[in-house]
Design a binder for this molecule. Structure first.
Ligand code: FE
Length: 221
């Protein structure tokens, strides 16, 4: 067994009444588990065995190993989804993210409006994300199993807009499910932590650029 289904970061009924325990039973216990089980079967005896999940996603994307890619990406996306929500979530972002949302969206209300528009407009199955591209925020949607992980941007939050994520609680009303996420469930602390990790990586890159530049000066001098 290479990859394992992570535990939910909260009890199955923790997101009620917005997302029911029954939905999480199916969504985590059946759908997410099936992606992991299928991935394990697909990678057994291949060079993917022993890679990190992120490396499996990036490598299978490049090699166009569609089944490995789809299941690996769905495995990763769902783990990221569970952390993107919490009981008693939403409210307001804090720290650096709070200022960035104000600067780039004009405020939290406009962010919510744009996120909802993107999530509702995504045709068929997919994901809606808040991402950071260096110091710029954006809302993007990806179809099917895709995530921003195969590009240079950093995901901060996601919402699963596959029908299996909301059908038991909201039937065909994706808009009501998106409202529940935006008004009651968003885990801003998780988004903030992802932004801080991006800042730390950027600073590390900047400081190694400085030392390279210093080394170049030394050699040319
Ligand atoms: Fe899902």
């Amino acid at each position: 067994m290479t990859f394992t289904l992570p535990e939910l970061p909260y009890d199955r009924d923790a997101l009620e009444p917005h997302i029911s325990a029954r939905t999480l039973d199916y969504h985590h216990g059946k759908h997410h588990k099936t992606y992991i089980d299928t991935l394990n079967r697909n990678v057994a005896g291949t060079p993917y065995e022993g890679m990190t999940l992120e490396d499996v996603i990036r490598t299978s994307f490049k090699k166009k190993d569609k089944s490995v890619y789809n299941n690996a990406s769905q495995a990763w996306n769902h783990t990221f989804l569970w952390d993107s929500m919490k009981s008693g979530g939403a409210g307001r972002p804090t720290g650096e993210l709070s200022g960035m949302i104000k600067d780039q969206f004009g405020g939290l209300d406009t962010f919510r409006k744009q996120f909802k528009e993107a999530a509702v407009a995504e045709f068929g199955s997919g994901w809606t994300w808040l991402i950071a591209d260096d110091d710029t925020l954006a809302i993007v949607s990806t179809p099917d199993a895709d995530s921003p992980l195969t590009t240079d941007v950093t995901p901060l939050l996601t919402l699963d807009v596959w029908e299996h994520a909301y059908y038991l609680d909201y039937q065909n009303s994706r808009d009501k499910y998106v409202d529940a996420f935006l008004e009651h469930l968003i885990n801003w602390d998780f988004a903030e932590a992802n932004l801080e990790a991006l800042d730390a990586r950027s600073q590390l890159r900047a400081s190694s650029d400085v030392s390279l530049a210093a080394a170049r000066r030394e050699y040319s001098g």
